[in-house]
Design a binder for this molecule. Sequence first.
Ligand code: AGP
Length: 607
Amino acid sequence: MCGIVGYIGKEQSLPILLNGLKALEYRGYDSAGVAIGDKGTITIKKAVGQVKVLESSLATDHPIQGTIGIGHTRWATHGVPNELNAHPHSDCKGRIAVVHNGIIENYKELKTYLENHGHIFRSDTDTEIVPHLIEDFLNKRNNFDSALFDALKMIRGAYALVIMDAENPTTLYATKRSSPLVIGVGNNENFLASDPSALIGKTKDVIYLNDGEVATITSENISVVNIEQQKTSFEIVRLEWDLEQSQKGNFPHFMLKEIFEGPEVVRSTFRGRIKSEDNLVKLGGLDQVRDKLKDTKRILILACGTSYYAGLVGEYLFEEIAGIPTEVHFASEFRYREEPFDEGTIAIVISQSGETADTLAALHKAKEYGLMTLSVVNTVGSTIARESDAGVYNHAGPEIGVASTKSFLSQLTVLVMIAIYFSKDKSKTQLILEELEKIPEKIEKILAQSELLKKLAEKYNHYEHFLFLGRRYNYPVALEGALKLKEISYMHAEGYGAGEMKHGPIAMISPDFPTMAIVPHNSVSEKMMSNLEEIKARKGTLFAIATEGDTTIASLANDVFYIPKTIEPLEPLLTVVPLQLFAYYVGTQRGFDVDKPRNLAKSVTVE
Ligand code: AGP
């Protein structure tokens, strides 16, 4: 997610923009920039790093003057974090400046069209096609408003855009589709921001734009139309939020916010990457090494923590969908292995931060072996992303909570797509892709029952031990659910393959040692049911995650939480969500800071 700000009024815009950008830095800050309009010209300044780097680069005796401006903090999705890729972006002549949050799905074809029509691009971003597209229409009929609307009608994907035109020096243009954008209503001045936290201290009156609407904003007036340029009404809402609160939206913690972002994160992970017409996926990051991948005979997955558990799901996916033998290693162990690797072995490293020291060390080891290395990373331009031979970005946006939640869902989504990418039997892929596109709404159904989970957590938050059980695709989910509970609530929790339970762990079962059983209705349900019988026979307390409509489980479990039905390869995308919520509620009910758990860091950059 990127941060956007805009200002039009009577004050100098630069300090207002910089303060607004600082309030948005939680949304990601690998680079930042501003565009200031004054006397018919636009001045653009950008810098890599946090907003303070940009601010110090602008701190001169003669700061840039102008009472209209836009600003941006970047969370890179396309193009590494550098000054050229930082926003704002402009057209060939420097008349138009644009800041953007989101992903333009069809930017490649638009960029090719524009380059063929003489436009010169300076960056690798998807965003830069916007000013050039407007310019292209402007060259044809020299009317900015109609050029703007014609350009917007050609753009597909998710966007929040704020646009300046040097020849309309008193006007800002704003529009959105799927990405957030809010107008701050002032007194003879108006503001724009990705979220209200950038408006604190300036105004509490805001207008939330709806998808497809376009606002034309001067210091005195705001008008809103739909994409067909028909006037639409809008409501001014008064906000009563403090800064920290506004960054979390309506949520008390980033962790809960990020769990609830799950559906949108799955959508943004597969957005523009599913070619349902031929049951394939398009992963641009792998195309550059496509020829080297087609003879892959074995896959190693290397990762830590939650990313390792995502890799364990990937093992099932690659073997069942792509038919490629796969093994998963803790990165911290792999680095000491002396495995004989034959031709055709590739390594896939998974890391949300892209900076985990153990995973980076494992990547280096794989490269020493001469293996082709792919990465699944959320942070664009991170070390692991840069040092692997190729990779797939998550597009999950920055994850602020230390516990990995939305990025786990994104990692699973990417691994499904990579499995399909390698698959030679496309007969399976149609069903998987069709079901994958339904997953976000199924996650939404689970999240809609969060209050039930909150109540159930109250029955379990006093225990000091928990066993998590799952089979096949849900065995890694059992491990992940146990990790979430222990790192957020500090309760001892163990994940186990359900089949292993009778080889030892069952000795722990008692009424004071509850079990979370992941038992959706699937090919191993019956085996799971006999595990649950064994637990009940020893008076174990049982909490089951089951498929809606499966009434048999209620006769066994003390508590059941029902989730929608899906196909087995995609079950982890659903079964993990109640476990994330369960850990969150138990941790908060036990009085802990779930966003910053003790002893933990968001990125473990030490070995
Ligand atoms: C998971 O909730 C933890 N934050 C931790 O296990 C994390 O997954 C692990 O440190 C790996 O981090 P990475 O994905 O950034 O490499």
